[in-house]
Design a protein around this ligand. Structure first.
Ligand code: PHE
Length: 346
């Protein structure tokens, strides 16, 4: 029995020397100090021995057990220390190393264009107001003189919101233009009012080089007593000069929008060819930039204004067109396909 105990001790010590990490030391503990280890088995076998043997073997087995436990404790300690030292060494921080350069953020080209347009109008005394992109049928159409079966609804292919999540009896949609803000604003303000409304609009359309299902508009509205078509022309003309150059000419032609009367479309003389005709203006010398008109009497009444005493003008423009024209971007889809090589050019 004594011999077995000594052999177990030697084996355990040899094995322990070979243990090199914390995972292996647990296996060692189970093998040499666990219930099935040689030392523990020797202790369990003591009752079968003679009294004399039992005394000797018992004492030695206990001694060996204590020795091994102490050896285990020491080894465990030193392994933990080694592991910590290795972690410290490998994770050491050299504060003298140069840092990682951060990529500089930039504003999206559309954001820049929206800001620029708003700044031009702000400088002319317009306030800037934003409104909801999820709109009711009332603000997007009805209040703007476009009843349910009006053929003009075809001008705005509409994305409707599922009525089961709409939480109202009003039909709900993604606004097809920023014009609903004309009505919303006039529900909260009394004339004189001068405001521009930038934001996203949505149309249920197949995309191509000049059409996106989401794009941006800036809407404008001025309501007061005695506002005339001359104010509309003067304001938009000044806007075109500030945005596209001091020598710009503007051209107004008749157009139809149900919420204005008369309605116009404004074009500026092509700033690339100065009106001579080029690829940008498709040879015409003119570039259409917005729709506008005098606020329709019916819409004025909706705004709580008497068309006998008050009048106003409104306009709406697509924003992506501005950088497209300026920088010759040939496809509107570039703006929203998240290609950083394109976006970082602005
Ligand atoms: N809302 C019109 C559109 O999206 C533009 C417009 C606004 C026209 C204001 C006239 C007056 O096409």
């Amino acid at each position: 029995m004594l011999r077995r105990i000594e052999e177990a001790k030697t084996r355990a010590e040899d094995d322990l020397r070979a243990v090199a990490d914390l995972k292996k030391i647990e296996a060692w503990r189970i093998a040499h100090l666990g219930k099935k280890s040689a030392v523990m088995e020797a202790l369990r076998g003591l009752p079968a021995l003679s009294l004399e043997e039992r005394k000797q073997a018992g004492a030695r087995a206990n001694e060996v057990k204590t020795l091994l436990e102490e050896a285990y404790r020491q080894k465990l300690e030193s392994l933990k220390e080694a592991e910590l030292a290795a972690a410290i060494a490998s994770e050491s921080l050299d504060v003298t190393l140069p840092g990682h350069p951060f990529a500089l953020g930039r504003l999206h080209p559309t954001t820049q264009a929206v800001a620029e347009v708003c700044q031009v109008f702000a400088a002319m005394g317009f306030e800037v107001v934003e409104g909801p992109e999820v709109e009711s049928e009332y603000y997007n159409f009805e209040a703007l003189n476009i009843p349910r079966d009006h053929p003009a609804r075809d001008m705005w292919a509409t994305l409707w919101v599922d009525q089961s999540i709409a939480q109202s009896d009003q039909r709900v949609l993604l606004r097809t233009h920023t014009s609903p803000m004309q009505i919303r604003t006039m529900e909260e303000r009394r004339p004189p009012v001068r405001a521009v409304f930038p934001g996203k609009v949505y149309r249920y359309e197949a995309t191509d080089a000049t059409h996106e299902w989401m794009f941006h508009q800036v809407e404008g509205l001025a309501i007061d007593t005695g506002i005339t078509m001359a104010d509309l022309k003067g304001t938009l003309y000044e806007f075109a000069r500030r945005l596209f150059g001091a020598d710009r000419k503007a051209r107004f032609r008749c157009d139809y929008f149900p919420f204005v009367e008369p309605g116009v479309e404004m074009a500026i003389d092509c700033f690339a060819c100065k009106g001579a005709g080029c690829r940008l203006c498709k040879g015409s010398g003119w570039i259409e930039i917005l729709g506008a008109g005098m606020v329709h009497p019916e819409v004025l009444r909706r705004m709580g204004c008497d068309p006998e005493t008050h009048s106003g003008f409104a306009f709406g423009m697509g924003v992506e067109r501005i950088p497209m024209l300026r920088y010759g971007v040939e496809d509107i889809r570039h703006f929203y396909s998240n290609d950083f090589r394109f976006l970082r050019k602005f």
